[in-house]
Design a protein around this ligand. Structure first.
Ligand SMILES: C[S@@+](CC[C@H](N)C(=O)[O-])C[C@H]1O[C@@H](n2cnc3c(N)ncnc32)[C@H](O)[C@@H]1O
Length: 199
């Protein structure tokens, strides 16, 4: 398992109000794009403390949350209740793929931490049912100043055309990309996109 870059960040992750608001906006965009229902099982890739996963869990049968950070998953598990919970999976699913198939995969602000995007998309395609979906939110291309420390950051955001082409090349259909939010920092604004596609 890779070094846990989120060990210290996990302690205060949920106190970032802009971060919480961003995941609510991502959740709203996912709900607008897909008709979720209570028979669905969804995988949240890079679930972290569950900011997005818990929003979606209220609309589906079950959310599984995969993450390589034990400390982020510990924070998530503290938030599980009998009424609303996420099943945490501590695994690098690119190196050791899951065998289960899901109705959809969601992800918030994790893609820029994934070095080999081709390996990621071809691997997760095998974990999504026929006609299932992906809904992945992340940063649009940026200049490397979004994070104060770029340790563990492999991409300074994503270019629309290049990312859509890669996702289509990996076998997904109906690939779409829309800007859904802007995060304002004192020195500049950063666009947040939602990429959607079907298997
Ligand atoms: C910026 S955080 C986002 C967390 C959460 N999705 C949110 O929006 O609050 C990125 C998360 O991706 C996780 N991560 C990084 N590389 C990963 C990988 N290869 N597989 C699964 N999770 C990974 C990190 O541990 C971290 O929890």
């Amino acid at each position: 398992m890779q070094k846990d870059h989120f060990d210290i960040k996990s302690k205060t992750w949920d106190t970032g109000s802009e971060r919480v608001q961003n995941t609510k906006t991502i959740s709203e965009a996912i709900l607008e794009n897909f008709s979720l229902h209570t028979k669905m099982e969804i995988l949240d890739f890079g679930v972290g403390t569950g900011l997005l996963g818990f929003e979606i869990a209220a609309h589906v049968g079950k959310v599984y949350g995969v993450d390589t950070s034990a400390s982020m998953l510990e924070k998530l598990q503290e938030k599980n209740t009998d009424a609303l919970s996420i099943e945490a999976i501590h695994q690098d699913i690119i190196q050791t793929p899951l065998t289960q198939c899901f109705d959809g995969l969601i992800s918030s602000m994790t893609l820029h931490h994934i070095e080999d995007l081709h390996a990621f998309f071809t691997t997760i395609k095998n974990n999504i049912k026929e006609n299932g979906f992906i809904a992945i939110a992340d940063l649009e291309s940026e200049d490397g100043t979004f994070h104060s420390d770029n340790e563990g950051v492999f991409h300074f955001g994503f270019d629309k055309e290049r990312l859509c082409a890669l996702v289509a090349e990996c076998g997904f259909k109906d690939v779409a990309f829309e800007q859904i939010n802007t995060i304002q920092k004192p020195h500049r604004d950063f666009g947040i996109f939602l990429l959607t596609a079907r298997v």
